[in-house]
Design a protein around this ligand. Sequence first.
Ligand code: ATP
Ligand code: MG
Length: 410
Amino acid sequence: MRNRIILHYGELTLKGCNRHSFVKKLRTNVRRKVQSLGLTWDVVSIHDRMFIEIPSDFEGDIDAVAKKLSEVPGVAWLSKVFWFSNKDYNWFEYKPDLTKVEELIEKLGHETYSEGKSFAIRVKRSDKKFYQTSKELEMQLATIILKNTEWKNVNLSNADQYFYVDISSRGMAVHTNRIKAIGGLPVAATGKIMCLLSGGFDSPVAAYLMAKRGCTVDFVHFTANTIQANKIEDYKVSKIAKRISEFAGRVRLYLIPYTHFDLALMDQNLDYDLILFRRFMARVATKMAEEKYIQALVTGDNLGQVASQTMENMVSMTKSIDMPVLRPLLTYNKEEIVALSRQLGLFDLCVEPYKDCCALISNTPKTKSVHEKLEEMEAKYFPDYHELINATLEDKQVIAYQFGQKIDYV
Ligand code: ATP
Ligand code: MG
């Protein structure tokens, strides 16, 4: 049985003086993720990696656990390893007894054999006091596989199957696969954002990308629906927030009623109603963000994707507030966004029919707008804008998740 999971954090090793705090955050996040799976395993960080000891009586699905851990931002890749402790085997004596490692490599050789494919052994010594060079040990173990199993072809540069042996001062790890994880930086390491979440495909992907770069994520969603308190969890947008929390850890979703704005519009049939609503959303979100010490807004805007997403309209929205608006998907093609959505397990949630309040407003939005003109309109049609924002916020609802589980957090 593989008795340890090792997690590697590629980019973190570059972070100089901040490295310690980045690693600490990653460890907290990995630990919370483990807890969210109902497990009480400890997470230990050593020089350039972390590991988790798997209890010998664990009967669950270790592949499923590894898959979940690969979703934690900051983990570049991980492996399920067989661990030989230096305490038990003393690899650093003059000629250690490698019998157990050789037996394991032979067993793995049998298990992984595939006709016509090639293999290679990769030895890495992070402690050079080991008595052999990496090349020598690679040769020794490759000979065992060639002699005792059906493997015939060695390919050192591009093998179909690798057998990895990593030697450190604490022990030796043997494994046969590297599971690619999402990489990036640990959540809470780089800043806090408030994402304007719609029921569509784009904004959830935008939120994921920010979490991947280490941001703490909260959401605001404007809705024309009345949602009963005991039905919030079933609401489409809550399900999307829940799924993103599996990557982003702790997230809050604020559900904000659209009614007050709708009433203030009073069927005036303004040509610029959609862009006026965008500015309203930005202002409400900014107010929420400021209260929560959040530094920037994030949208799923994509340049030119729909009529409302012109450069002019995005500028008009940005100018309506003092807070920066980040648009991580600005330059993506639609198929790239949809592919990511599928890959992240968001597609099936986002594809569910949903009438976003933007769709209730205008089917033919103006493509060009000017901030100063919109300001004049706002002064005319919404004389008490502050009151409008306050009344709207008074009716907000909130739900929070942490790694896919509902939590109390406001
Ligand atoms: P999405 O796929 O995210 O819905 P979209 O292509 O449908 O984006 P729009 O509907 O023009 O584009 O929305 C642009 C952005 O405005 C969204 O990505 C989202 O960030 C924000 N937004 C739209 N509707 C809402 C809403 N009801 N509540 C909060 N934010 C919203
Ligand atoms: Mg939309």
